[in-house]
Design a protein around this ligand. Structure first.
Ligand SMILES: Cc1cc2nc3c(=O)[nH]c(=O)nc-3n(C[C@H](O)[C@H](O)[C@H](O)COP(=O)(O)OP(=O)(O)OC[C@H]3O[C@@H](n4cnc5c(N)ncnc54)[C@H](O)[C@@H]3O)c2cc1C
Length: 306
């Protein structure tokens, strides 16, 4: 519960760009999750810095929100301020050639921009839903291609000191679906990507091929958060869950997808507890069958249930 002094300060700073007690089911692709105390959408960097200062003064925890494609928020909701980055969306071709993108730029805008400008190298990201900030925090990728292969540098803003820093790829600590450089509360403000000049038709053809492949392998017509578990070394979480006989397993409105067993889909009216219950079932079944402990890829945040 947020103190009324803090609520008032947020409202004075952000006016209608802050909302209170916002159900996170409306802000995440799984469509589950209880209310955030506050959801703030700063309109530019200066406002983001002022918001962080206010959070420090009032001891409010912060959570960064990109497009919510990899978040599972507990039914009891989230303490503090969820900071939505979607207004920071400058996107430019720069010398090198390189592409500069602010954290709130969507994957779709970036892909379209690269096609239009004939810039190759980022096609593998086509269809990985989210924002550039979310891509950095998750080192998003597919197959053997990840952000760490194409990022030159990321500009970060510390939530503790409001200092900005330019971190080169090697200093970011990218790992499998993780980025150590962003784990201590820093927000990724912008990214500079390495690209090469190419024929726009060729870039488009590769993007179309990858989007087509996703249509057939993933359940894209129902709410989900993509892969729930990380793939264990040398195997696939989806293959193990399928082998454990859990395809189509249901709990409330949540279901382990028949098309891709590493996806949990919301068939309508699912709660966070339904999804967490299926995560637990899949973990136990795979542990019993193969002795492998599955780790979640989806970020689970919020107040735990009693
Ligand atoms: C249908 C579907 C398919 C998917 N396929 C793939 C795939 O092929 N490969 C893959 O890697 N992922 C995949 N995902 C997962 C998702 O697309 C990625 O994890 C993506 O990076 C999430 O971006 P987002 O902006 O939605 O991040 P969010 O879900 O909003 O946030 C994810 C994490 O990043 C943090 N974060 C967000 N913005 C910032 C920022 N600016 N600075 C610091 N931290 C930040 C958040 O606090 C959170 O911890 C898929 C998801 C879906 C629903």
């Amino acid at each position: 519960m947020m103190a009324s002094r803090a609520r008032h300060a947020l409202q004075t700073l952000l006016e209608d760009r802050v909302k209170f007690d916002v159900p996170m089911s409306r802000k995440t692709s799984l469509r589950v999750g209880g209310p955030a105390d506050a959801l703030a959408t700063p309109r530019n960097r200066e406002e983001m810095v002022a918001l962080l200062e206010l959070c420090r003064q009032h001891h409010l925890p912060r959570t960064w929100l990109g497009a919510g494609f990899n978040l599972l928020i507990q039914e009891n909701g989230l303490d503090g301020v969820v900071v939505c980055t979607k207004k920071l969306r400058r996107l430019e071709a720069r010398p090198g050639p390189t592409v500069f993108a602010e954290c709130g730029v969507s994957h779709a805008s970036l892909t379209r921009f690269c096609v239009e400008h004939g810039l190759a190298g980022l096609e593998f990201g086509a269809g990985i839903p989210g924002t550039i900030g979310g891509w950095m925090a998750m080192n998003a990728g597919i197959g053997d291609r990840e952000q760490k292969d194409v990022v030159l540098e990321v500009e970060t803003l510390s939530a503790e000191t409001s200092e900005t820093q330019i971190l080169r790829r090697e200093a970011l600590g990218f790992g499998y679906r993780s980025c150590a450089g962003l784990e201590q509360g820093a927000v990724a403000l912008s990214t500079l990507f390495e690209v090469t000049a190419a024929d726009p038709g060729q870039v488009k053809a590769e993007v179309d091929r990858l989007l087509g492949a996703r249509q057939t392998s993933q359940p894209l017509d129902v709410p989900s958060c993509g892969s729930v578990f990380r793939n264990p070394e040398g195997d696939y979480a989806g293959r193990l869950i399928e082998q454990a006989g859990l395809c189509g397993e249901r709990l409330g409105g949540a279901e382990i997808s028949r098309r891709h067993a590493n996806f949990i889909v919301n068939r309508g009216g699912a709660t966070a507890d339904d999804v967490l219950g299926l995560i637990d079932r899949a973990r136990r079944a795979v542990r019993t069958m193969a002795g492998i402990e599955l780790q979640t890829e989806v970020r689970i945040l919020g107040r735990m249930s009693e």
